[in-house]
Design a protein around this ligand. Structure first.
Ligand SMILES: Cc1cc2nc3c(=O)[nH]c(=O)nc-3n(C[C@H](O)[C@H](O)[C@H](O)COP(=O)(O)OP(=O)(O)OC[C@H]3O[C@@H](n4cnc5c(N)ncnc54)[C@H](O)[C@@H]3O)c2cc1C
Ligand code: SF4
Length: 330
Protein backbone atom coordinates (compact mmCIF):
# COMPACT_ATOMS: atom_id res chain seq x y z
CA UNK A 1 0.00 0.00 0.00
CA UNK A 2 1.28 3.44 -0.91
CA UNK A 3 1.25 6.61 1.15
CA UNK A 4 -0.91 9.50 -0.05
CA UNK A 5 1.05 12.61 -1.18
CA UNK A 6 1.74 15.26 1.49
CA UNK A 7 4.25 17.96 2.31
CA UNK A 8 6.66 16.80 5.01
CA UNK A 9 7.96 19.24 7.62
CA UNK A 10 10.38 18.32 10.41
CA UNK A 11 10.92 21.43 12.56
CA UNK A 12 13.56 21.40 15.29
CA UNK A 13 11.65 23.55 17.79
CA UNK A 14 8.18 23.47 19.27
CA UNK A 15 7.64 27.11 18.26
CA UNK A 16 8.27 26.26 14.61
CA UNK A 17 5.90 23.29 14.79
CA UNK A 18 3.21 25.47 16.40
CA UNK A 19 3.65 28.11 13.71
CA UNK A 20 3.01 25.55 10.97
CA UNK A 21 0.03 24.17 12.90
CA UNK A 22 -1.37 27.66 13.45
CA UNK A 23 -1.21 28.35 9.72
CA UNK A 24 -2.81 25.09 8.64
CA UNK A 25 -4.93 23.79 11.55
CA UNK A 26 -6.48 20.39 10.84
CA UNK A 27 -4.91 20.29 7.34
CA UNK A 28 -1.55 19.63 9.04
CA UNK A 29 -1.28 16.39 11.00
CA UNK A 30 1.23 15.63 13.74
CA UNK A 31 3.52 12.63 13.24
CA UNK A 32 5.24 11.32 16.39
CA UNK A 33 6.55 7.74 16.05
CA UNK A 34 4.15 7.13 13.15
CA UNK A 35 3.40 3.56 14.22
CA UNK A 36 -0.35 4.20 14.09
CA UNK A 37 -0.52 7.15 11.74
CA UNK A 38 1.43 5.65 8.83
CA UNK A 39 -0.89 2.62 8.80
CA UNK A 40 -3.88 5.02 8.82
CA UNK A 41 -2.40 7.01 5.93
CA UNK A 42 -1.99 3.82 3.92
CA UNK A 43 -5.60 2.91 4.64
CA UNK A 44 -6.57 6.42 3.43
CA UNK A 45 -8.20 7.18 6.78
CA UNK A 46 -6.35 10.51 6.65
CA UNK A 47 -4.87 12.45 3.75
CA UNK A 48 -3.46 15.67 5.27
CA UNK A 49 -1.89 18.39 3.12
CA UNK A 50 1.08 18.58 5.52
CA UNK A 51 2.67 16.20 7.98
CA UNK A 52 4.63 17.77 10.87
CA UNK A 53 7.15 15.37 12.39
CA UNK A 54 7.97 15.98 16.07
CA UNK A 55 11.00 13.73 15.89
CA UNK A 56 13.65 16.52 15.81
CA UNK A 57 12.19 18.46 18.73
CA UNK A 58 14.42 17.67 21.69
CA UNK A 59 12.30 19.59 24.21
CA UNK A 60 9.41 17.16 23.65
CA UNK A 61 11.54 14.16 24.63
CA UNK A 62 12.59 15.11 28.15
CA UNK A 63 11.72 12.94 31.12
CA UNK A 64 12.28 14.49 34.54
CA UNK A 65 11.10 14.57 38.12
CA UNK A 66 10.16 17.95 39.56
CA UNK A 67 9.37 18.61 43.25
CA UNK A 68 5.81 17.35 42.78
CA UNK A 69 5.48 15.44 39.50
CA UNK A 70 7.00 13.12 36.96
CA UNK A 71 7.06 14.99 33.65
CA UNK A 72 7.07 13.00 30.42
CA UNK A 73 7.66 14.85 27.16
CA UNK A 74 4.96 13.78 24.69
CA UNK A 75 7.68 12.81 22.19
CA UNK A 76 9.56 10.47 24.56
CA UNK A 77 9.53 6.96 23.14
CA UNK A 78 7.65 4.25 25.00
CA UNK A 79 10.94 2.36 25.46
CA UNK A 80 12.62 5.47 26.95
CA UNK A 81 9.73 5.96 29.37
CA UNK A 82 9.64 2.29 30.42
CA UNK A 83 13.39 2.11 31.03
CA UNK A 84 13.71 5.41 32.90
CA UNK A 85 14.78 4.92 36.55
CA UNK A 86 12.31 7.54 37.87
CA UNK A 87 9.39 5.90 36.09
CA UNK A 88 10.39 2.51 37.48
CA UNK A 89 10.83 3.95 40.96
CA UNK A 90 7.57 5.91 41.16
CA UNK A 91 5.17 4.34 38.66
CA UNK A 92 5.91 0.69 37.79
CA UNK A 93 2.24 0.39 36.67
CA UNK A 94 3.13 2.52 33.65
CA UNK A 95 6.09 0.26 32.86
CA UNK A 96 3.77 -2.75 32.93
CA UNK A 97 1.28 -1.05 30.60
CA UNK A 98 4.03 -0.06 28.15
CA UNK A 99 5.54 -3.55 28.23
CA UNK A 100 2.24 -4.90 26.91
CA UNK A 101 2.17 -2.67 23.83
CA UNK A 102 2.73 -4.17 20.39
CA UNK A 103 6.29 -5.38 19.82
CA UNK A 104 9.51 -3.98 21.29
CA UNK A 105 11.23 -3.21 17.96
CA UNK A 106 8.53 -1.16 16.25
CA UNK A 107 5.76 0.02 18.54
CA UNK A 108 7.86 0.59 21.66
CA UNK A 109 11.12 1.97 20.20
CA UNK A 110 9.40 4.20 17.64
CA UNK A 111 6.02 4.77 19.34
CA UNK A 112 5.79 7.67 21.78
CA UNK A 113 3.87 8.20 25.00
CA UNK A 114 2.00 11.15 23.42
CA UNK A 115 1.07 9.08 20.37
CA UNK A 116 -0.22 6.31 22.62
CA UNK A 117 -2.53 8.71 24.46
CA UNK A 118 -3.73 10.18 21.17
CA UNK A 119 -3.99 6.84 19.41
CA UNK A 120 -6.96 7.15 17.07
CA UNK A 121 -9.91 5.17 18.51
CA UNK A 122 -10.30 1.84 16.77
CA UNK A 123 -13.23 -0.09 15.24
CA UNK A 124 -13.35 -3.21 13.11
CA UNK A 125 -15.41 -1.31 10.54
CA UNK A 126 -12.91 1.56 10.45
CA UNK A 127 -9.36 0.18 10.72
CA UNK A 128 -9.54 -1.43 7.31
CA UNK A 129 -8.29 -0.66 3.82
CA UNK A 130 -10.16 1.87 1.70
CA UNK A 131 -11.27 -0.97 -0.60
CA UNK A 132 -12.71 -2.97 2.36
CA UNK A 133 -14.49 0.06 3.78
CA UNK A 134 -16.08 1.02 0.49
CA UNK A 135 -17.68 -2.43 0.30
CA UNK A 136 -19.52 -1.66 3.59
CA UNK A 137 -20.45 1.97 3.00
CA UNK A 138 -19.71 5.11 4.98
CA UNK A 139 -20.23 5.65 8.71
CA UNK A 140 -20.12 8.70 11.01
CA UNK A 141 -16.35 8.52 11.15
CA UNK A 142 -15.85 8.40 7.38
CA UNK A 143 -18.39 11.07 6.42
CA UNK A 144 -21.59 8.98 6.48
CA UNK A 145 -24.76 9.34 8.54
CA UNK A 146 -24.99 6.07 10.48
CA UNK A 147 -22.90 3.69 12.56
CA UNK A 148 -22.21 0.27 11.05
CA UNK A 149 -21.74 -1.22 14.51
CA UNK A 150 -24.97 0.16 15.99
CA UNK A 151 -27.58 0.99 13.38
CA UNK A 152 -29.47 4.21 14.07
CA UNK A 153 -26.88 5.55 16.51
CA UNK A 154 -26.17 9.26 16.12
CA UNK A 155 -22.51 9.03 17.14
CA UNK A 156 -19.39 6.91 16.74
CA UNK A 157 -18.51 4.23 19.31
CA UNK A 158 -14.95 3.48 18.21
CA UNK A 159 -12.66 2.30 20.96
CA UNK A 160 -9.98 4.14 22.95
CA UNK A 161 -7.32 1.39 22.76
CA UNK A 162 -4.11 2.92 24.12
CA UNK A 163 -2.58 0.74 26.82
CA UNK A 164 -1.22 3.66 28.83
CA UNK A 165 -4.56 5.50 28.98
CA UNK A 166 -6.19 3.75 31.98
CA UNK A 167 -2.91 3.67 33.92
CA UNK A 168 -2.31 7.41 33.40
CA UNK A 169 -5.89 8.10 34.44
CA UNK A 170 -5.56 5.94 37.53
CA UNK A 171 -2.49 8.03 38.39
CA UNK A 172 -4.46 11.31 37.95
CA UNK A 173 -2.22 12.52 35.11
CA UNK A 174 -2.53 15.98 33.62
CA UNK A 175 -1.75 17.05 30.07
CA UNK A 176 0.11 20.15 28.94
CA UNK A 177 -0.89 21.47 25.52
CA UNK A 178 0.52 24.33 23.48
CA UNK A 179 -1.01 26.33 20.62
CA UNK A 180 -4.41 27.93 20.25
CA UNK A 181 -3.10 31.21 21.72
CA UNK A 182 -0.98 29.88 24.57
CA UNK A 183 -0.31 26.96 26.85
CA UNK A 184 -2.77 25.15 29.06
CA UNK A 185 -2.82 22.24 31.49
CA UNK A 186 -5.86 19.95 31.60
CA UNK A 187 -6.67 16.89 33.70
CA UNK A 188 -6.55 13.76 31.55
CA UNK A 189 -9.94 12.83 33.06
CA UNK A 190 -11.51 15.80 31.23
CA UNK A 191 -9.72 15.25 27.93
CA UNK A 192 -12.06 12.65 26.42
CA UNK A 193 -15.34 13.67 24.79
CA UNK A 194 -16.96 10.21 24.61
CA UNK A 195 -17.55 10.69 20.86
CA UNK A 196 -15.42 8.57 18.56
CA UNK A 197 -15.58 11.02 15.65
CA UNK A 198 -13.92 13.77 17.76
CA UNK A 199 -12.53 11.89 20.76
CA UNK A 200 -10.49 14.60 22.55
CA UNK A 201 -10.90 18.13 23.79
CA UNK A 202 -8.03 19.40 21.67
CA UNK A 203 -8.05 22.32 19.24
CA UNK A 204 -6.84 21.77 15.65
CA UNK A 205 -3.85 24.06 16.23
CA UNK A 206 -2.79 22.45 19.53
CA UNK A 207 0.08 20.05 20.17
CA UNK A 208 0.36 17.82 23.24
CA UNK A 209 3.67 18.73 24.89
CA UNK A 210 3.80 16.95 28.25
CA UNK A 211 2.16 14.43 30.51
CA UNK A 212 2.51 15.24 34.20
CA UNK A 213 1.92 12.61 36.84
CA UNK A 214 1.69 13.93 40.40
CA UNK A 215 4.06 12.20 42.82
CA UNK A 216 1.98 10.36 45.44
CA UNK A 217 2.22 11.38 49.11
CA UNK A 218 2.51 7.70 50.13
CA UNK A 219 3.39 4.45 48.34
CA UNK A 220 0.82 3.40 45.72
CA UNK A 221 -0.22 -0.20 45.29
CA UNK A 222 -1.47 -0.82 41.81
CA UNK A 223 -2.61 -3.23 39.12
CA UNK A 224 -2.83 -3.16 35.34
CA UNK A 225 -4.90 -5.84 33.61
CA UNK A 226 -5.54 -6.32 29.93
CA UNK A 227 -7.28 -8.85 27.75
CA UNK A 228 -6.28 -9.38 24.12
CA UNK A 229 -6.67 -12.24 21.69
CA UNK A 230 -2.87 -12.62 21.50
CA UNK A 231 -0.32 -11.80 24.20
CA UNK A 232 1.74 -9.55 21.86
CA UNK A 233 1.20 -7.19 18.92
CA UNK A 234 -2.48 -6.96 19.66
CA UNK A 235 -4.72 -4.20 20.95
CA UNK A 236 -6.63 -4.68 24.21
CA UNK A 237 -10.24 -5.91 24.05
CA UNK A 238 -10.68 -4.55 27.57
CA UNK A 239 -8.17 -3.12 30.02
CA UNK A 240 -8.33 -1.97 33.62
CA UNK A 241 -6.05 -0.08 36.00
CA UNK A 242 -6.32 0.43 39.74
CA UNK A 243 -4.25 2.55 42.12
CA UNK A 244 -4.62 2.55 45.90
CA UNK A 245 -3.04 4.16 48.93
CA UNK A 246 -3.71 2.33 52.17
CA UNK A 247 -2.77 4.07 55.42
CA UNK A 248 -3.36 2.66 58.91
CA UNK A 249 -5.53 -0.09 57.42
CA UNK A 250 -7.83 2.33 55.58
CA UNK A 251 -8.11 3.23 51.93
CA UNK A 252 -7.03 6.87 51.72
CA UNK A 253 -7.12 6.81 47.95
CA UNK A 254 -8.54 4.41 45.39
CA UNK A 255 -9.09 4.83 41.68
CA UNK A 256 -10.33 2.20 39.24
CA UNK A 257 -10.44 2.76 35.49
CA UNK A 258 -11.77 0.48 32.77
CA UNK A 259 -11.08 1.18 29.13
CA UNK A 260 -10.95 -0.20 25.58
CA UNK A 261 -14.75 -0.40 25.73
CA UNK A 262 -15.83 2.77 23.94
CA UNK A 263 -14.42 6.17 22.90
CA UNK A 264 -13.53 7.26 26.44
CA UNK A 265 -11.93 5.42 29.36
CA UNK A 266 -14.28 5.17 32.37
CA UNK A 267 -13.27 6.16 35.89
CA UNK A 268 -15.52 4.20 38.27
CA UNK A 269 -16.23 7.12 40.62
CA UNK A 270 -18.96 5.26 42.47
CA UNK A 271 -16.49 2.58 43.54
CA UNK A 272 -13.98 5.25 44.56
CA UNK A 273 -16.56 7.07 46.70
CA UNK A 274 -17.81 3.86 48.37
CA UNK A 275 -14.32 2.62 49.24
CA UNK A 276 -12.73 5.85 50.47
CA UNK A 277 -11.93 5.60 54.15
CA UNK A 278 -12.97 1.95 54.35
CA UNK A 279 -10.81 -1.03 55.23
CA UNK A 280 -10.02 -3.06 52.10
CA UNK A 281 -12.18 -6.20 52.20
CA UNK A 282 -13.38 -8.70 49.61
CA UNK A 283 -16.66 -6.79 49.30
CA UNK A 284 -14.68 -4.29 47.24
CA UNK A 285 -14.20 -6.96 44.58
CA UNK A 286 -17.94 -7.50 44.07
CA UNK A 287 -18.50 -3.76 44.09
CA UNK A 288 -15.84 -3.19 41.41
CA UNK A 289 -17.07 -6.06 39.23
CA UNK A 290 -20.75 -5.03 39.38
CA UNK A 291 -19.95 -1.38 38.67
CA UNK A 292 -17.71 -2.26 35.71
CA UNK A 293 -20.33 -4.53 34.13
CA UNK A 294 -23.00 -1.83 34.53
CA UNK A 295 -20.78 0.81 32.95
CA UNK A 296 -19.69 -1.53 30.15
CA UNK A 297 -23.32 -2.38 29.33
CA UNK A 298 -23.88 1.30 28.61
CA UNK A 299 -20.98 1.77 26.21
CA UNK A 300 -19.91 -1.45 24.47
CA UNK A 301 -21.16 -2.11 20.93
CA UNK A 302 -20.27 -4.93 18.54
CA UNK A 303 -17.18 -3.37 16.95
CA UNK A 304 -14.19 -5.37 18.17
CA UNK A 305 -12.81 -8.82 17.44
CA UNK A 306 -14.70 -10.35 20.38
CA UNK A 307 -18.43 -10.25 21.04
CA UNK A 308 -20.09 -7.40 22.90
CA UNK A 309 -21.38 -9.76 25.62
CA UNK A 310 -17.92 -11.26 26.23
CA UNK A 311 -16.28 -7.83 26.51
CA UNK A 312 -18.91 -6.68 29.01
CA UNK A 313 -18.37 -9.73 31.23
CA UNK A 314 -14.61 -9.38 30.95
CA UNK A 315 -14.78 -5.70 31.94
CA UNK A 316 -16.23 -6.96 35.22
CA UNK A 317 -13.62 -9.69 35.56
CA UNK A 318 -10.70 -7.34 34.89
CA UNK A 319 -12.07 -4.66 37.23
CA UNK A 320 -12.35 -7.31 39.96
CA UNK A 321 -8.85 -8.60 39.31
CA UNK A 322 -7.33 -5.10 39.22
CA UNK A 323 -9.06 -4.15 42.47
CA UNK A 324 -7.98 -7.37 44.15
CA UNK A 325 -4.36 -6.97 43.16
CA UNK A 326 -4.18 -3.27 44.07
CA UNK A 327 -5.74 -3.95 47.49
CA UNK A 328 -3.59 -7.01 48.17
CA UNK A 329 -6.67 -9.28 48.17
CA UNK A 330 -5.89 -11.28 45.04
C1 LIG B 1 0.80 -4.02 14.76
C2 LIG B 1 0.51 -2.94 15.77
C3 LIG B 1 0.26 -3.31 17.09
C4 LIG B 1 -0.02 -2.32 18.05
N1 LIG B 1 -0.28 -2.71 19.31
C5 LIG B 1 -0.62 -1.78 20.24
C6 LIG B 1 -0.94 -2.18 21.57
O1 LIG B 1 -0.91 -3.36 21.93
N2 LIG B 1 -1.31 -1.22 22.45
C7 LIG B 1 -1.34 0.10 22.11
O2 LIG B 1 -1.66 0.93 22.97
N3 LIG B 1 -1.01 0.51 20.86
C8 LIG B 1 -0.65 -0.40 19.92
N4 LIG B 1 -0.34 0.00 18.64
C9 LIG B 1 -0.51 1.41 18.25
C10 LIG B 1 0.74 2.31 18.32
O3 LIG B 1 1.89 1.63 17.88
C11 LIG B 1 0.98 2.83 19.73
O4 LIG B 1 -0.23 3.26 20.32
C12 LIG B 1 1.99 3.99 19.76
O5 LIG B 1 2.24 4.39 21.09
C13 LIG B 1 1.54 5.21 18.99
O6 LIG B 1 2.53 6.21 19.16
P1 LIG B 1 3.20 6.94 17.92
O7 LIG B 1 4.21 7.89 18.49
O8 LIG B 1 3.72 5.97 16.92
O9 LIG B 1 1.93 7.73 17.36
P2 LIG B 1 1.65 8.25 15.88
O10 LIG B 1 1.25 7.10 15.02
O11 LIG B 1 2.78 9.10 15.40
O12 LIG B 1 0.41 9.20 16.21
C14 LIG B 1 -0.80 8.70 16.72
C15 LIG B 1 -1.84 9.82 16.75
O13 LIG B 1 -1.49 10.79 17.72
C16 LIG B 1 -1.33 12.09 17.15
N5 LIG B 1 -0.20 12.70 17.91
C17 LIG B 1 0.93 12.06 18.27
N6 LIG B 1 1.67 12.86 19.05
C18 LIG B 1 0.99 14.03 19.18
C19 LIG B 1 1.24 15.25 19.88
N7 LIG B 1 2.33 15.42 20.63
N8 LIG B 1 0.32 16.25 19.82
C20 LIG B 1 -0.82 16.08 19.06
N9 LIG B 1 -1.11 14.95 18.37
C21 LIG B 1 -0.21 13.94 18.45
C22 LIG B 1 -1.05 11.84 15.68
O14 LIG B 1 -1.45 12.93 14.88
C23 LIG B 1 -1.90 10.60 15.43
O15 LIG B 1 -3.23 10.93 15.17
C24 LIG B 1 -0.04 -0.96 17.67
C25 LIG B 1 0.22 -0.60 16.34
C26 LIG B 1 0.48 -1.57 15.39
C27 LIG B 1 0.75 -1.16 13.98
S1 SF4 C 1 -18.24 2.76 15.76
FE1 SF4 C 1 -19.67 3.10 14.07
S2 SF4 C 1 -19.32 5.18 13.38
FE2 SF4 C 1 -17.59 4.59 14.64
S3 SF4 C 1 -16.02 3.84 13.22
FE3 SF4 C 1 -17.21 2.08 13.91
S4 SF4 C 1 -18.84 1.83 12.43
FE4 SF4 C 1 -17.99 3.86 12.15
Amino acid sequence: MRLPPFEYQAPSTLDEALKIKRGQGAAAQILAGGTDLIVNFKHRLFSPATVISLNNIAELKRIEVTHDALVLGAGASLAEVASHPAVNEHFPILVKAIDSIGALGIQRFRGTIGGNLLLQPRCIFYNQSHYWRMSKGLCHRTGGKDCLALEGSDSCHSICSGDTVPTLLALSAQLALAGGGGKRVAPLAEFFTGRGESPWNIMPEEILTEIRIPLPWAPISWSYQRLALRPAVDFPLVNAAAAAIVEKGKLEHFRLVIAALGPAPMVLREVEARLKGAAPTREALDLAQDAAVRVAEGVVVANASASKEYRIQMAGALARRATGEALGLA
